[in-house]
Design a protein around this ligand. Structure first.
Ligand code: NAP
Ligand code: FE
Length: 368
């Protein structure tokens, strides 16, 4: 068993302003990588600026990262970081700014990196970084993955090296009180799928399985509050802890077929990442249950649910009405997903027909 978690994690209210020394020791100047709006509203950007100014550190703000970040935005951010010779990066936001920041941290250290971002031969250097998640979903603050939109292959592709873990993750749930119902639910489902898929990965160890069960229990304890969208700061803290644990799990296990299949729903239909996974997970679990009923029982016990259909009921309530997608579109998605590396991570073997069947069971209503 190998367990590698080089990111230093601090979870505490006001942990950004309480940890000025962490910023100070990473260098004289930094670039903050964030999205267009939310960091300006939820107080995270102000807190970071306050700390940098108190430390007399120079900074610039790159606030252009969109959801499902592109290769172009990474190249643009990296060239600004290089031009300004920044010593370190600070990522603020959901998975999109965090993933973009991770890729920028690598590309900025490689002089000739190009659009061939997934195939470039990198030199192994990376800018140090501080990650501040403002959603409880991806766990990107503790993973070595940067997931980018890949137009060549019409999907999302992962850039990953062991040295890509952020240096620090600062977790403060107060930045998440501004999250609306939809993003709160979708990101929480993303975290839940990381924990469940990690449990069902061929790379899972006893340690990651224990982490998965703990994280699943944390999220399940908030199902009612999520449904009512009645979350206190303490509840947000629990969800943030669970999503970071989910990141620690997938850093070791990878994700599985659910994520590989979800990427098409995001790429072609702009369905939010967590929602895409949530739509697919029940049908995936049903297939696994045929061969591994005891394994599914362990997950259901952690969810405090008696049977898989009860989980479907919870997910249906959280996700609401499903999108309309045609049979031909779903066939195309299955043909793309079968090529994804993570399909082979699942503890069962899946064929393209299985993937199509999962999509069909989710999206094609009986009798149509
Ligand atoms: P996101 O795309 O980062 O953010 C979604 C939306 O939420 C944006 O409009 C953002 O606004 C807003 N937002 C963020 N924090 C907010 C806050 N505190 N209050 C109000 N609004 C807020 O969503 P995400 O689900 O966190 O990340 C999804 C991405 O992560 C996908 O690209 C996915 O593939 C990737 N992912 C990565 C990993 C990994 O291990 N690296 C794992 C799973 C998924 P602004 O744009 O204005 O900030
Ligand atoms: Fe995910």
């Amino acid at each position: 068993m190998k367990f590698h978690m080089p990111t230093s994690v601090i979870m505490d209210t006001d942990c950004v302003v309480k940890n000025k020394a962490i910023f100070e020791k990473l260098g004289k100047s930094c670039m903050i990588v964030t999205g267009k709006t939310s960091a300006k509203i939820n107080g995270s950007l102000d807190d970071v600026k306050k700390v940098l100014e108190a430390n007399s550190q120079e900074y610039l703000v790159f606030d252009k990262v969109m959801s499902n970040p592109t290769i172009d935005i990474v190249l643009e951010g990296a060239s600004i970081a290089k031009e300004n010779k920044v010593d370190f990066l600070v990522a603020i936001g959901g998975g999109s700014p965090m993933d973009a920041c991770k890729a920028i941290a690598v590309v900025a250290k490689n002089d000739n990196a190009t659009k061939e971002i997934f195939n470039y031969r990198y030199n192994g250097l990376i800018l140090p970084s501080i990650f501040i998640p403002t959603t409880s979903g991806t766990g990107s603050e503790v993973t070595q993955y940067a997931i980018l939109t890949d137009d060549t292959n019409q999907t999302k592709t992962t850039l990953a090296f062991d040295y890509m873990f952020p240096t620090y993750a600062l977790l403060d749930p107060k930045y998440q009180t501004s999250l609306g119902r939809k993003t709160t639910i979708n990101t929480c489902i993303d975290a839940l799928t990381h924990l469940i898929e990690g449990y069902l990965s061929i790379k899972a160890s006893n340690l990651t399985r224990d982490l998965s069960i703990y994280g699943i229990e944390l999220i399940a304890s908030k199902f009612d509050k999520l449904l009512k969208f009645d979350l206190s700061l303490k509840d947000r803290e629990t969800l943030l802890e669970a999503s970071t644990i989910g990141g620690m799990v997938i850093a070791h296990t990878g994700t599985t077929a659910v994520h590989s299949m979800g990427y098409s729903l995001t790429y072609f239909k702009e369905i939010d990442h967590g929602r895409a996974n949530g739509l697919l997970i029940y049908e995936f679990l049903k297939l696994i249950e045929i061969e591994y009923p005891e394994t599914i029982k362990s997950i259901l016990d952690a969810l405090k649910l008696a049977k898989l259909e009860d989980f479907k009921e919870v997910l249906d309530k959280l996700l609401g009405e499903k999108e309309n997608i045609t049979i031909d579109e779903l066939k195309n998605y299955a043909s793309i997903a079968i090529k994804a590396k993570n399909i082979k991570n699942s503890i069962i073997n899946l064929t393209e027909t299985d993937l199509y069947q999962i999509y069909q069971n989710v999206f094609i209503k009986e009798g149509v």
